[in-house]
Design a protein around this ligand. Structure first.
Ligand code: HDD
Length: 688
């Protein structure tokens, strides 16, 4: 066998997942891509020290050419994403409803790669615009890859895939001006949705706090479309996929989202990376809503309509397993950017429904990967490659990375009896009878566009309702054309008159709503508390970050007690000081700080504390960053603990409110932790 030398780096074929260093020699000799050792990586080849650069410098040309080609087309939607590796493990066998092997054996852990994303913004946009979040899971099962390509909202804007390009063109930057980036708050989006009442249910979700999540770790996920589960006997049932975060769901306030976007544009990406890095692994439970045709026929809407939910009160979730994200990607581009999800990637036991949105998706994703990754061999990239054996007679193509052997690349053949053949264990499509006249038609059963929008609005908590009204007011205030605002107000009146008049009033447009006529009159459905974002999960501080601002002269015993209590909750205490070099306590001992106050506004934390002595209090009172730190924490309904800062409290007008705890000893720390566990102190929010 050829010896592995820097001159012959490819002598051992690289395996999937190998690092560049592993694949190219011993890792400490810099070489060209052909394995040539490089003696000077600082200077190009010139005719004399001050002379022109020579065309002959192939090392320079190789380096620059590679650099020039570093970017690939970003995803047309979901361009900005963050991802992690992990595994999925079922709680029990689901063999009675599905042949899928990864759901059959509680002993088997299936590797997964999960990519979270925003939808509208470019790859370099911020993490916290008001936007739907993608929640795409690739299961590398022993029967091939299964991609569950979902969102953090259970419904979609449109019913038919033919409208997807229109929807995305409407939400993206307006084509003449090139803005706004990553925002629904502009004319083209609202124009489109005002003319597409089927979008109104999802618009209500988009205007809720769901679209400004606190963390990817604290979001629900949904497969959105209806799929089928098929068992060994060939019997099938409909299924809706759900992900439930073990940490519970949580959102930031809109004002926080705006400020976080400036203070830390990578807020979610950093949060995910840091959590996994320190071993606090995000976990999600997989829940299935399983229903047969008879149950589906009894629903007040069509199971094939992706703008509708199946209320959990009607078809409860069956929790079937857990997803754990326990490893960060090694390389953002190779993994997070090059991962290619396709809803058409299913395994035996999982099948599609006739949902016209899903049917269009089955075409779109493969097509997208071809343009984005540039080759029909994208499945050979390490991140996309199945972890089970795969073999067929497809050959060649741009960037082929496999080296198939032998003369046979066709089937049937007699020359390679050991070659790949069909198997009865393979995918068998559910035997669903289909017949009909060829027609371009939206089924009558898809015509009710308002009942579930109303259901959602009336099911959520009063705080969520209030935030929806504020979001609608904010967004519509950014719409220039008054007719668009009037049409939306008309739709809101149908969804819920109180909401319609609240928003009209806030816009200063009372009585100006355009009268809209629904294709089908809405009905009142039984409220579904399961649709709430708040109050569904047990309060916890686990996985959260508490900002501990220390100023000169602080009481070290108090600080230690506080940090201990925070860490006992499995939360992180982030130590902030006026200067990053550290801060002295009351005994003059210097303590290290992780962050400087100027770069650490309170929006970055779930709860905050400020501990100081008299000198520190004076300095903080004179520091606008400290004053805003406290004022914002109060405004954003955070639990606050304070010690030794009477001057700052006066300046920031903080003190005496619910959830603001003045620390004197251990019992006060406990009271603070209790408030912090509850997330936000809703009592402080002014009534609508
Ligand atoms: Fe889509 C990406 C989710 C409808 C066409 N979509 C994409 C991603 C997610 C979703 C999470 C990012 C995957 C990743 O992280 O790489 N999309 C959805 C959901 C939908 C949906 C939940 C409604 C149920 N999508 C939808 C339709 C079409 C597309 C109707 C086209 C007809 N989606 C795409 C795409 C993308 C994509 C253009 C862009 C990048 C990619 O596929 O890989 O093909």
């Amino acid at each position: 066998m050829a010896k592995k030398t820097p001159n012959n780096p490819q002598s051992a074929a690289p395996k999937g997942g190998e690092t560049h260093q592993q694949a190219s020699g011993n890792g400490n000799i810099l070489t060209t891509n052909q394995g040539l050792p490089i003696s000077d990586n600082q200077n190009s080849l010139r005719a004399g020290g001050r002379g022109p650069t020579l065309l002959e410098d192939f090392i320079l040309r190789e380096k620059i050419t590679h650099f020039d080609h570093e970017r690939i087309p970003e995803r047309i939607v979901h361009a900005r994403g963050s991802a992690a590796h992990g595994y999925f493990q079922p709680y029990k066998s689901m063999a009675h409803v599905t042949r899928a092997a990864f759901l059959a054996d509680p002993q088997v852990k299936t590797p997964v790669f999960v990519r979270f994303s925003t939808v509208a913004g470019g790859a370099g946009s911020v993490d916290l615009p008001r936007d739907v979040r993608g929640f795409a899971v690739k299961f590398y099962t022993q029967e091939g890859n299964f991609d569950l390509v979902g969102n953090n909202i259970p419904v979609f804007f449109i019913q038919d895939a033919i409208k997807f390009p229109d929807l995305i063109h409407a939400v993206k930057m307006e084509p003449d001006r090139g803005y706004p980036q990553a925002a629904t708050a502009h004319d083209t989006f609202w124009d489109f949705v005002s003319l597409m009442p089927e979008s109104l249910h999802m618009v209500m979700w988009a205007m809720s706090d769901r679209t400004i999540p606190r963390s990817f770790r604290m979001m629900e996920g949904f497969g959105v479309n209806t799929f089928r589960l098929v068992n060994e006997a060939g019997d099938w049932k409909f299924v809706k996929f759900h992900w439930r975060p073990v940490l519970g769901t949580s959102a930031v306030a809109w004002d926080e989202a705006v400020k976080i976007s400036g203070a830390d544009p990578d807020f979610h990406r950093r949060d995910l990376f840091e959590a996994i890095d320190k071993g606090s692994y995000p976990e999600f439970e997989l829940g299935l809503q399983i229903l047969d045709q008879k149950m589906a026929d009894q629903l007040a809407f069509d199971i094939l309509d992706a703008t509708k939910v199946v209320p959990e009160e009607i078809v409860p979730l069956e929790m079937v397993g857990k997803l754990v994200l326990d490893r960060n990607p090694d390389n953002f581009f190779a993994e997070t950017e090059q991962v290619a999800f396709c809803p058409s990637h299913v395994v035996p036991g999982i099948d599609f429904s006739e949902d016209p949105l899903l049917q269009g998706r089955l075409f779109s994703y493969l097509d997208t990967q071809l343009i984005r990754l540039g080759s029909p061999n994208f499945h050979e990239l390490p991140i996309n490659r199945p972890k089970c054996p795969f073999a067929n007679f497809q050959r060649d193509g741009h960037m082929q990375m496999l080296v198939p052997k032998g003369r046979v690349s066709y089937e049937p053949n007699s020359l390679d009896p050991d070659g790949p053949r069909e198997t009865p264990l393979g995918l068998r499509t559910a035997a669903v009878p289909v017949e009909g006249t060829k027609v371009r038609l939206r089924a009558e059963s898809f015509a009710d566009h308002y009942s579930q929008a109303r259901l959602f609005y009336r099911s959520v908590t009063p705080q969520e309702q209030k935030h929806m009204a504020s979001a609608l007011t904010f967004e519509l205030s950014k719409v220039d054309v008054p007719e668009i605002r009037r049409r939306i107000l008309g739709h809101l009146d149908i969804i819920d008159e109180r909401l319609g008049s609240q928003v009209a009033d806030a816009l200063g447009m009372s009585g100006e709503a355009e009268k809209m006529t629904p294709a089908k009159a809405p009905i009142d459905l039984e409220p579904s508390p399961a649709l709430r974002l708040y109050g569904k999960y047990k309060p916890t501080l686990k996985g959260r970050k508490v900002g501990v601002l220390l100023a000169p002269g602080f009481d070290v015993a108090l600080k230690n007690g506080l940090v201990e209590a925070i860490e006992k909750e499995e939360a992180t205490a982030a130590i902030i000081a006026p200067r990053v070099g550290g801060v002295e306590d009351s005994a003059g001992t210097k303590h290290a700080a992780e962050m400087a106050l100027s770069g650490s506004p309170s929006v970055l934390f779930d709860a905050v504390t400020v501990l100081s002595g008299p000198a520190g209090d004076k300095a903080l009172t004179a520091n606008p960053d400290a004053v805003t730190f406290l004022m914002d924490a109060l405004r954003h309904l955070k639990a606050i603990a304070l010690s030794g800062v009477p001057g700052l409290m006066k300046k920031a007008q903080v003190g005496g409110e619910v959830g603001v705890v003045e620390l004197t000893g251990a019992k006060d720390v406990a009271a603070f932790i209790e408030f912090a566990r509850n997330g936000r102190v809703w009592e402080r929010e002014p009534a609508a």
